[in-house]
Ligand binder design. Structure first.
Ligand SMILES: Nc1ncnc2c1ncn2[C@@H]1O[C@H](COP(=O)(O)OP(=O)(O)OP(=O)(O)O)[C@@H](O)[C@H]1O
Ligand SMILES: [Mg+2]
Length: 259
Protein backbone atom coordinates (compact mmCIF):
# COMPACT_ATOMS: atom_id res chain seq x y z
CA UNK A 1 0.00 0.00 0.00
CA UNK A 2 1.43 3.33 -1.11
CA UNK A 3 0.66 6.27 1.18
CA UNK A 4 1.68 9.78 0.13
CA UNK A 5 1.64 12.81 2.44
CA UNK A 6 1.07 16.26 0.96
CA UNK A 7 0.21 19.69 2.36
CA UNK A 8 1.32 23.24 2.96
CA UNK A 9 4.90 24.00 3.94
CA UNK A 10 5.54 23.21 7.58
CA UNK A 11 2.21 21.44 8.13
CA UNK A 12 4.00 18.37 9.48
CA UNK A 13 4.35 16.07 6.46
CA UNK A 14 7.85 14.90 7.36
CA UNK A 15 7.08 14.45 11.07
CA UNK A 16 3.99 12.38 10.29
CA UNK A 17 5.62 10.37 7.47
CA UNK A 18 8.53 9.41 9.70
CA UNK A 19 6.38 8.59 12.71
CA UNK A 20 3.95 6.52 10.67
CA UNK A 21 6.84 4.68 9.04
CA UNK A 22 8.39 3.80 12.40
CA UNK A 23 5.06 2.70 13.88
CA UNK A 24 4.19 0.57 10.85
CA UNK A 25 7.61 -1.10 11.01
CA UNK A 26 7.07 -1.80 14.72
CA UNK A 27 3.74 -3.40 13.88
CA UNK A 28 5.71 -5.84 11.72
CA UNK A 29 5.12 -4.34 8.28
CA UNK A 30 7.81 -4.13 5.66
CA UNK A 31 8.27 -0.37 5.20
CA UNK A 32 9.80 1.66 2.38
CA UNK A 33 10.12 5.37 3.23
CA UNK A 34 10.56 7.60 0.20
CA UNK A 35 11.77 11.17 0.57
CA UNK A 36 10.23 12.87 -2.46
CA UNK A 37 11.11 16.38 -1.29
CA UNK A 38 13.96 18.12 -3.09
CA UNK A 39 14.73 19.70 0.27
CA UNK A 40 15.12 16.30 1.98
CA UNK A 41 14.92 15.76 5.73
CA UNK A 42 13.03 12.53 6.19
CA UNK A 43 16.20 10.70 7.27
CA UNK A 44 16.66 12.92 10.31
CA UNK A 45 12.99 12.59 11.29
CA UNK A 46 13.28 8.80 11.08
CA UNK A 47 16.22 8.90 13.45
CA UNK A 48 19.14 8.86 11.01
CA UNK A 49 20.71 12.25 11.80
CA UNK A 50 23.80 13.31 9.93
CA UNK A 51 23.50 10.52 7.42
CA UNK A 52 23.87 11.43 3.79
CA UNK A 53 21.22 9.29 2.20
CA UNK A 54 22.33 8.44 -1.33
CA UNK A 55 20.00 9.77 -4.01
CA UNK A 56 18.17 7.55 -6.41
CA UNK A 57 20.53 7.29 -9.37
CA UNK A 58 19.79 8.82 -12.75
CA UNK A 59 18.94 6.64 -15.73
CA UNK A 60 16.85 4.01 -13.90
CA UNK A 61 13.63 4.94 -15.65
CA UNK A 62 12.32 4.16 -19.10
CA UNK A 63 9.42 6.04 -20.64
CA UNK A 64 6.75 3.66 -21.86
CA UNK A 65 4.02 4.59 -24.26
CA UNK A 66 1.36 3.02 -22.07
CA UNK A 67 1.21 4.96 -18.84
CA UNK A 68 4.32 6.99 -18.23
CA UNK A 69 7.72 6.22 -16.76
CA UNK A 70 8.54 2.81 -15.25
CA UNK A 71 11.70 1.34 -13.75
CA UNK A 72 14.17 -0.41 -16.02
CA UNK A 73 14.91 -3.05 -13.39
CA UNK A 74 12.72 -5.03 -10.97
CA UNK A 75 11.66 -2.82 -8.07
CA UNK A 76 13.02 -5.33 -5.52
CA UNK A 77 16.47 -5.07 -7.12
CA UNK A 78 16.35 -1.28 -7.04
CA UNK A 79 15.28 -1.13 -3.39
CA UNK A 80 17.95 -3.69 -2.51
CA UNK A 81 20.60 -1.74 -4.36
CA UNK A 82 19.71 1.85 -3.49
CA UNK A 83 17.91 1.96 -0.13
CA UNK A 84 19.58 2.95 3.12
CA UNK A 85 18.74 0.99 6.25
CA UNK A 86 16.84 2.90 8.92
CA UNK A 87 15.65 2.02 12.40
CA UNK A 88 13.14 -0.84 12.85
CA UNK A 89 14.22 -2.28 9.47
CA UNK A 90 12.87 0.63 7.41
CA UNK A 91 14.29 0.97 3.90
CA UNK A 92 14.83 4.63 2.99
CA UNK A 93 15.07 6.05 -0.51
CA UNK A 94 15.56 9.71 -1.43
CA UNK A 95 14.72 11.58 -4.59
CA UNK A 96 17.71 13.86 -4.16
CA UNK A 97 18.25 17.57 -4.15
CA UNK A 98 19.72 20.11 -6.58
CA UNK A 99 23.46 19.46 -6.77
CA UNK A 100 24.34 23.02 -7.77
CA UNK A 101 22.81 26.42 -8.24
CA UNK A 102 21.45 26.91 -11.76
CA UNK A 103 21.70 23.15 -12.37
CA UNK A 104 18.24 23.14 -13.93
CA UNK A 105 14.91 21.44 -13.33
CA UNK A 106 14.15 18.26 -11.40
CA UNK A 107 11.99 16.60 -14.04
CA UNK A 108 13.94 13.36 -14.08
CA UNK A 109 13.93 13.10 -10.28
CA UNK A 110 10.14 13.46 -10.26
CA UNK A 111 9.83 10.87 -13.04
CA UNK A 112 11.96 8.49 -10.97
CA UNK A 113 9.68 8.81 -7.95
CA UNK A 114 6.63 8.31 -10.15
CA UNK A 115 8.11 5.17 -11.73
CA UNK A 116 9.19 3.77 -8.39
CA UNK A 117 5.73 4.28 -6.92
CA UNK A 118 4.12 2.69 -9.98
CA UNK A 119 6.29 -0.42 -9.68
CA UNK A 120 5.85 -0.65 -5.90
CA UNK A 121 2.20 -1.39 -6.74
CA UNK A 122 3.42 -4.93 -7.35
CA UNK A 123 4.26 -5.15 -3.64
CA UNK A 124 0.91 -4.53 -1.91
CA UNK A 125 2.16 -5.97 1.38
CA UNK A 126 4.90 -3.35 1.52
CA UNK A 127 3.86 -0.14 3.24
CA UNK A 128 5.39 2.69 1.20
CA UNK A 129 5.35 6.12 2.87
CA UNK A 130 6.08 9.09 0.62
CA UNK A 131 7.03 12.50 2.02
CA UNK A 132 6.08 14.99 -0.70
CA UNK A 133 7.07 18.59 -1.36
CA UNK A 134 4.94 21.48 -0.17
CA UNK A 135 4.49 22.62 -3.76
CA UNK A 136 1.52 21.13 -5.67
CA UNK A 137 3.96 20.16 -8.41
CA UNK A 138 3.80 16.49 -7.39
CA UNK A 139 0.17 16.58 -8.50
CA UNK A 140 0.61 18.64 -11.67
CA UNK A 141 3.47 16.36 -12.73
CA UNK A 142 1.70 13.23 -11.58
CA UNK A 143 4.66 12.27 -9.34
CA UNK A 144 2.19 10.90 -6.79
CA UNK A 145 -0.35 9.51 -9.27
CA UNK A 146 0.29 5.91 -8.20
CA UNK A 147 -0.42 6.48 -4.52
CA UNK A 148 -3.21 4.34 -3.07
CA UNK A 149 -3.86 6.74 -0.20
CA UNK A 150 -3.07 10.45 -0.16
CA UNK A 151 -3.04 12.15 3.21
CA UNK A 152 -3.47 15.92 2.95
CA UNK A 153 -1.81 17.30 6.06
CA UNK A 154 -3.13 20.62 7.29
CA UNK A 155 -2.80 22.86 10.29
CA UNK A 156 -6.03 24.21 11.73
CA UNK A 157 -5.89 27.62 10.09
CA UNK A 158 -7.42 28.97 6.93
CA UNK A 159 -4.44 29.24 4.57
CA UNK A 160 -3.31 25.73 5.37
CA UNK A 161 -6.85 24.43 4.82
CA UNK A 162 -7.11 26.34 1.56
CA UNK A 163 -3.95 24.59 0.38
CA UNK A 164 -5.48 21.23 1.18
CA UNK A 165 -8.68 22.16 -0.66
CA UNK A 166 -6.67 23.01 -3.80
CA UNK A 167 -4.59 19.84 -3.50
CA UNK A 168 -7.75 17.77 -3.14
CA UNK A 169 -9.13 19.21 -6.39
CA UNK A 170 -5.96 18.24 -8.24
CA UNK A 171 -5.78 14.81 -6.59
CA UNK A 172 -9.35 14.13 -7.71
CA UNK A 173 -8.10 14.29 -11.31
CA UNK A 174 -5.75 11.38 -10.62
CA UNK A 175 -6.74 7.75 -9.99
CA UNK A 176 -5.82 7.89 -6.29
CA UNK A 177 -8.44 5.71 -4.55
CA UNK A 178 -8.41 7.41 -1.13
CA UNK A 179 -7.75 11.10 -0.43
CA UNK A 180 -8.25 12.31 3.13
CA UNK A 181 -7.38 15.16 5.46
CA UNK A 182 -5.16 14.85 8.54
CA UNK A 183 -5.17 17.81 10.91
CA UNK A 184 -1.86 18.37 12.69
CA UNK A 185 -0.99 20.71 15.58
CA UNK A 186 -4.53 20.71 16.96
CA UNK A 187 -4.65 22.71 20.22
CA UNK A 188 -8.33 22.93 21.08
CA UNK A 189 -11.84 21.74 20.41
CA UNK A 190 -12.34 25.00 18.49
CA UNK A 191 -9.50 23.99 16.14
CA UNK A 192 -11.19 20.66 15.49
CA UNK A 193 -14.56 22.32 14.98
CA UNK A 194 -13.20 24.81 12.43
CA UNK A 195 -11.62 22.04 10.38
CA UNK A 196 -14.71 19.90 10.66
CA UNK A 197 -16.82 22.69 9.19
CA UNK A 198 -14.30 23.37 6.43
CA UNK A 199 -14.21 19.68 5.46
CA UNK A 200 -18.00 19.45 5.42
CA UNK A 201 -18.31 22.60 3.27
CA UNK A 202 -15.82 21.32 0.69
CA UNK A 203 -16.66 17.61 0.76
CA UNK A 204 -13.25 16.71 2.18
CA UNK A 205 -12.83 13.44 4.04
CA UNK A 206 -11.46 13.90 7.57
CA UNK A 207 -9.22 11.02 8.64
CA UNK A 208 -7.74 12.13 11.94
CA UNK A 209 -6.42 14.80 14.31
CA UNK A 210 -2.89 14.98 15.71
CA UNK A 211 -2.39 17.31 18.69
CA UNK A 212 0.17 20.06 19.03
CA UNK A 213 2.94 19.04 21.45
CA UNK A 214 6.29 20.39 22.62
CA UNK A 215 7.63 16.83 22.24
CA UNK A 216 7.99 17.32 18.49
CA UNK A 217 10.32 20.30 18.86
CA UNK A 218 12.19 18.54 21.65
CA UNK A 219 12.86 15.50 19.40
CA UNK A 220 14.09 17.86 16.69
CA UNK A 221 16.47 19.64 19.07
CA UNK A 222 17.84 16.28 20.20
CA UNK A 223 18.20 15.15 16.57
CA UNK A 224 16.17 12.08 17.41
CA UNK A 225 13.00 10.52 16.05
CA UNK A 226 9.82 11.48 17.87
CA UNK A 227 9.00 7.80 18.53
CA UNK A 228 12.31 7.46 20.37
CA UNK A 229 11.88 10.64 22.43
CA UNK A 230 8.18 10.38 23.33
CA UNK A 231 6.97 6.87 22.50
CA UNK A 232 3.88 7.12 24.72
CA UNK A 233 3.22 10.80 24.07
CA UNK A 234 0.07 12.39 22.69
CA UNK A 235 1.43 12.83 19.15
CA UNK A 236 2.73 9.26 18.75
CA UNK A 237 -0.52 7.92 20.21
CA UNK A 238 -2.57 9.94 17.71
CA UNK A 239 -0.33 8.92 14.82
CA UNK A 240 -0.74 5.27 15.82
CA UNK A 241 -4.52 5.73 15.53
CA UNK A 242 -3.92 7.24 12.10
CA UNK A 243 -1.79 4.22 11.15
CA UNK A 244 -4.65 1.92 12.14
CA UNK A 245 -7.08 3.99 10.03
CA UNK A 246 -4.72 3.92 7.04
CA UNK A 247 -4.25 0.16 7.32
CA UNK A 248 -8.02 -0.28 7.33
CA UNK A 249 -8.32 1.97 4.26
CA UNK A 250 -5.41 0.21 2.56
CA UNK A 251 -7.22 -3.09 2.92
CA UNK A 252 -10.05 -1.66 0.79
CA UNK A 253 -7.75 -0.61 -2.05
CA UNK A 254 -7.62 -3.08 -4.94
CA UNK A 255 -4.35 -5.08 -4.95
CA UNK A 256 -1.79 -3.33 -7.09
CA UNK A 257 -3.97 -0.22 -7.21
CA UNK A 258 -3.28 1.91 -10.26
CA UNK A 259 -0.06 0.16 -11.21
N1 LIG B 1 2.15 17.92 16.26
C1 LIG B 1 3.08 18.87 16.33
N2 LIG B 1 3.23 19.62 17.45
C2 LIG B 1 4.16 20.59 17.53
N3 LIG B 1 5.02 20.89 16.54
C3 LIG B 1 4.94 20.17 15.40
C4 LIG B 1 3.99 19.13 15.24
N4 LIG B 1 4.16 18.59 14.00
C5 LIG B 1 5.19 19.25 13.43
N5 LIG B 1 5.66 20.22 14.27
C6 LIG B 1 6.73 21.18 13.97
O1 LIG B 1 6.38 21.89 12.78
C7 LIG B 1 7.54 22.12 12.00
C8 LIG B 1 7.35 21.56 10.61
O2 LIG B 1 7.24 20.14 10.68
P1 LIG B 1 7.65 19.24 9.44
O3 LIG B 1 9.05 19.51 9.03
O4 LIG B 1 7.26 17.85 9.78
O5 LIG B 1 6.65 19.83 8.33
P2 LIG B 1 6.69 19.62 6.75
O6 LIG B 1 5.28 19.72 6.31
O7 LIG B 1 7.43 18.38 6.40
O8 LIG B 1 7.52 20.90 6.28
P3 LIG B 1 8.12 21.19 4.82
O9 LIG B 1 6.98 21.72 4.01
O10 LIG B 1 9.17 22.21 5.08
O11 LIG B 1 8.67 19.90 4.29
C9 LIG B 1 8.72 21.54 12.74
O12 LIG B 1 9.32 22.55 13.49
C10 LIG B 1 8.06 20.52 13.67
O13 LIG B 1 8.82 20.33 14.83
MG1 LIG C 1 9.03 18.13 5.09
Amino acid sequence: VRVALAGKGGAGKTTLTATMARLLARRGHEVVALDADSNPNLAAALGLPGHDVPWLPAGIVSRRLDGGPRLREPVDDLVGRCASSGPDGIRLLAMGEPAHAEAGCLCSAHATVRALLADLGARPATMTLVDLEASPEHLSRGTARHADVMLLVTEPYFRSLETVRRLALLAAELPIPVVGVVVNKVRSAADHQAVDEFCARHALRWLGDVPWSDEVGEADRRRQALVDVAPGGSVVTAVDDLVAAVLALGATVPAGGDA
